[in-house]
Design a protein. Structure first.
Ligand SMILES: [Zn+2]
Length: 280
């Protein structure tokens, strides 16, 4: 079955991961800009990272028949340094028109601090000015509920933000409903330790349905599983979901969200209707 991996940090993964994903039917990956495991310390380091995301990584993915999308931003962890963040925000527009860039992300909150809020809002401002999609990282563990609430409140208070152009990622059982109720897309991250397991994600599909929802591995430089989306497909099958439902969750939904991007430039192997989710 064809699938799309909507959130993975391939710069931290080995080429063999592309091989394994391609074997399982992966046709496209989307890679948000994130923390590298260490603070980069200069805008020039981010410029190099943006070039890696938009120029080098798509070529590496293409060798295995996988299309590579990316997102640009300064992540919440490094946003604590407001001066550096503003410098990075000022160079992002230079890279937005690179092929495969879907928008601004993953922006969000980490420890829900004042500085993180300032930089989150400045990047929402940039996305509004440049007409970009937004991918939002929500905090981990004990900071998740409060941080998700703060993010949803900031986004819904801004009349310019169209919820169907924003995905709230790393949702769990206690944060998925307010995000869906406000009209946003949601991403369930399947992580071996924290976040969510494939089985819990299948439970959430049972409870909240198939609209504006997708799952991802968020594979990165830490303990994570780049094959988590194929595991999700197996878990859906084991629970009796039919092929049409699985195809919608792992292929159509991510592509339908991405297709709204100004530069969407991918011819998927199976067509996806450009219809609004409300019309379904
Ligand atoms: Zn991520």
């Amino acid at each position: 079955m064809f699938y799309v991996e909507p959130h993975i940090h391939m710069v931290s993964r080995i080429t063999d991961d592309y091989v394994r994903m391609a074997r399982c039917g992966c046709v496209a990956v989307s890679e948000p800009a994130f923390w590298a495991g260490f603070d980069r310390g200069s805008a020039a380091a981010f410029a190099t990272y943006f070039r890696q995301l938009t120029q080098f990584e798509p070529k590496r993915a293409a060798q295995f028949g996988i299309h590579h999308f990316s997102w640009l931003c300064i992540n919440a962890k490094e946003a604590e340094d407001v001066a550096l963040s503003r410098e990075v925000i000022s160079i992002i527009p230079e890279y937005l028109d690179q092929p495969g860039v879907l928008g601004i992300g993953e922006i969000g909150l980490n420890k829900n601090t004042k500085n993180e809020v300032i930089i989150f809002q400045e990047q929402v401002e940039l996305a509004m000015k440049t007409d970009e999609l937004i991918l939002v990282h929500t905090p981990h563990l004990e900071d998740k509920y409060k941080g998700t609430r703060m993010i949803l409140d900031m986004l819904t208070a801004d009349q310019r933000v169209k919820p169907e152009r924003v995905i709230i990622d790393h949702v769990e059982e206690h944060t998925i409903k307010p995000a869906l109720d406000a009209g946003f897309w949601v991403g369930m991250t399947l992580y071996p330790t924290t976040k969510c397991t494939p089985e819990r994600a299948v439970d959430m599909v049972g409870r909240y349905g198939r609209e504006r929802i997708m799952a991802n591995s968020a594979g990165d430089w830490g303990v994570s599983n780049p094959m988590a989306t194929p595991d999700f497909i197996r878990a859906l099958r084991a629970r009796g979901h039919d092929n049409a439902t699985i195809h919608k969750l792992v292929y159509e939904n991510p592509l339908r969200f991405f297709m709204q991007a100004r530069r969407f430039n991918f011819q998927p192997p199976l067509p996806v209707a450009r219809q609004r989710t409300e019309d379904e």
